[in-house]
Every structure is written in structure tokens, then in C-alpha cells.
Design a protein around this ligand. Structure first.
Ligand SMILES: [Zn+2]
Length: 58
């Protein structure tokens, strides 16, 4: 079963992941799975947050 991986900050679709991979290996600690969508951060937003350490997203 595949779920969509969506950026938490800009709602951009990062890609698709196989749900089986999540349980088996390297679970991303910042990833938050809601229904069949996994929220994470795209590389652009990660870079943006690194440049703005005071920025808080919710
Ligand atoms: Zn993003």
C-alpha cells in the first residue's frame, strides 16, 4: 500500500512511500502519518528552517 508524502510547511507533494517500508526500517522522526498521507518536510523547507531558526511552524 502506498501513501503520499506531503510537505508539512508548503503542502507540496514530495513523493510516494510504501507503507511497509515505514514499519520495517528508517522511520523518519519528523514524519507524521495522518490517514493515508505522511507529513514531512521537503528539502526546500528544511533549508529554509535552518536559515530561520526562530521560525516555528504548527
Ligand atoms: Zn516544503
Amino acid at each position: 500500500m502506498k501513501i503520499l508524502k506531503v510537505c508539512h510547511a508548503c503542502d507540496r507533494i514530495i513523493g510516494e512511500i510504501e507503507i511497509d517500508d515505514l514499519t520495517r526500517q528508517n522511520t523518519d522522526p519528523i514524519m507524521d502519518i495522518v490517514g493515508n498521507v505522511a507529513y514531512a518536510l521537503c528539502s526546500g523547507c528544511v533549508r529554509e528552517m535552518e536559515m530561520q531558526p526562530r521560525h516555528v511552524y504548527h
